[in-house]
Design a protein around this ligand. Structure first.
Ligand code: NDP
Length: 476
């Protein structure tokens, strides 16, 4: 075979990835379970480059130059296993299978192990940027062996997004590392979206501003530190008018947020690793609350509020407070997400370079943002930074906004505006910087009812107090 790269699974994502490879000059072998999608790709876009279409898996594999590089872009879960099982009998030692779908990282660890035993490379790769990213340049997060990256990496880097000429693709780490980082990316995306939604709600309720006016505020914010894809599209969405009713589009959309599950995976993993990713968790639960229809129906007009009108006197100062609170909360969410990556990296032996992850998220993906440069710089200053928030740049940038952040969270509480992500991020900030936490009391309680023991501040050792007896302390 002569094709340099193959793509199987030609729905929206696979089709656009295949076109992206072809547009970049690669000869692309294409295949799909049902041949119609393969034919339509050739018919609609065959002139964009060189495609080699195959109807059978056997012909598809045979059309590729060795070592073969095959990108699988099918529905995550069972379908991915089914496609791998069909491919494997035709593959030879050294061939590379790339799963570019949204796999859950434990599945990727399992698949990598199984293919490694057969002498094959399995690359679990996160791909972010949706349909448009796949076509014009996504952010790509490939895991697997370093050896596989030597031949595959340059091709993926070529089709990835570029920022300042630097590709938004780099080797992430062994087996499940790529899909893990993509999962955390999606979790951070949840947090970012929730924080933006809270900022919108605060501006709406605090200022009584219209959606379009708030859209203009977001457009203004997009020229500063908050510049990002999500802020940009928020400005656009808020200024969009529903053609049918003439109302602001956001006002005719049902307020029940859905999810495909990557946020849930991120939160579940945060619990497994014991990493407080409160921003991502609150964002995921806020979606769940919005969809809790019976509970919301039972509560509306029934639960007492005891709030007063939010009488904002200085409009510009209020807008600036919300902006600063949004920025600070956003830094917390990222700081927590990067802690989660560090914890998983240690747990699974992945050796992930966090600064490099921030770098490949600068373009192509949904959370692309100017401020990611600052994160890369922070990890360049100290690759083992224990807390992103405590980096010298972020202590200053967040410190500038702390007073505003407190005003906003306190005001939201007084006036009954739900701000789970803003408020929990501020609590995290105060918790992590506290010299002493009431966790001491929790340890005492645990020792009281369960003899779970405690350590002391003044000397080493593990102790237990005889709570139900004479209350003497024993060395445990
Ligand atoms: P879908 O997730 O809708 O999957 C459809 C594709 O899977 C079709 O090619 C279909 O083949 C194939 N397929 C389904 N079941 C099987 C099976 N048992 N055997 C063989 N092929 C099967 O496609 P998308 O393009 O939306 O997404 C592809 C992957 O990319 C998913 O894992 C998704 O999570 C991920 N992703 C999607 C993004 C997006 O914005 N959509 C963004 C980032 C990642 P057929 O045509 O024959 O039915």
């Amino acid at each position: 075979g002569t094709a340099q790269i193959g793509v199987t699974g030609l729905a929206v994502m696979g089709r656009n990835l295949a076109r992206n490879f072809a547009r970049n000059g690669y000869t692309v072998a294409i295949h799909n379970r049902s041949y119609a999608k393969t034919e339509s790709l050739v018919a609609d876009h065959g002139d964009e480059g060189t495609f080699v279409a195959s109807e059978s898996v056997e012909d598809f594999v045979a059309s590729l130059a060795r070592p073969r590089k095959i990108v699988v872009m099918v529905k995550a879960g069972g379908p991915t296993d089914a496609v791998i099982d069909e491919l494997v009998p035709f593959l030879e030692e050294g061939d590379i299978v790339v799963d570019a779908g949204n796999a859950h990282f434990p599945d990727t660890i399992r698949r990598e192990g199984a293919l490694r035993e057969k002498g094959l490379h399995f690359v679990g790769s996160g791909v972010s940027g949706g349909e448009e990213g796949a076509l014009l340049g996504p952010s790509i997060m490939p895991g697997g062996t370093k050896e596989s990256y030597e031949s595959l990496g340059p091709i993926l880097e070529k089709i990835s997004a570029k920022v300042d000429g630097v590709p938004c693709c780099t080797y992430v780490g062994p087996d499940g590392a790529g899909h893990f980082v993509k999962m955390v990316h999606n979790g951070i995306e949840y947090a970012d979206m929730q924080l933006i939604a809270e900022a919108y709600d605060l501006l709406r309720q605090g200022l009584g501003a219209s959606a379009a006016e708030i859209g203009q505020i977001f457009a203004e914010w997009n020229t500063g530190d908050l510049e990002s894809f999500l802020i940009e599209i928020t400005a656009d969405v808020l200024q969009h008018v529903d053609a049918e009713t003439g109302s602001a589009f956001v006002d005719i959309v049902l307020d029940q947020a859905e999810q495909k599950g990557t946020g849930r995976w991120t939160v579940q993993n945060g619990l497994d690793l014991g990493v407080p990713i409160t921003g991502i968790a609150e964002a995921t639960f806020a979606r769940a609350l919005s969809g809790s229809v019976p509970q919301r129906s039972a509560a509306v007009g029934v639960l007492q509020a005891h709030t007063s009108e939010w009488d904002v006197t200085d409009r510009d100062a209020f807008i600036e407070d919300v902006r600063l609170a949004l920025y600070a909360s956003k830094v917390v969410a990222y700081s927590q997400g990067f802690d989660q990556i560090a914890a998983a990296s240690a747990e699974f032996g992945w050796d992930i370079d966090r600064g490099a992850m921030a770098r490949i998220w600068r373009g192509g993906c949904i959370i692309r943002a100017r401020f990611l440069n600052r994160i890369t710089e922070a990890y360049e200053r100290d690759a083992n930074l224990p807390l992103l928030l405590a980096d010298e740049y972020f202590t200053g940038a967040v410190g500038n906004g702390v007073a505003a952040w407190r005003r906003i969270v306190a005001g939201a509480a007084l006036h009954g505006v739900p701000t789970p992500a803003f408020a929990s991020s501020l609590s995290y900030y105060d918790g992590v910087r506290a010299e002493r936490l009431p966790a001491a009391l929790i340890q005492a309680q645990r020792d009281f009812f369960g003899a779970h023991t405690y350590r002391r501040t003044d000397r080493d050792g593990t102790f237990h107090t005889e709570w139900s007896g004479d209350r003497t302390e024993q060395t445990a």
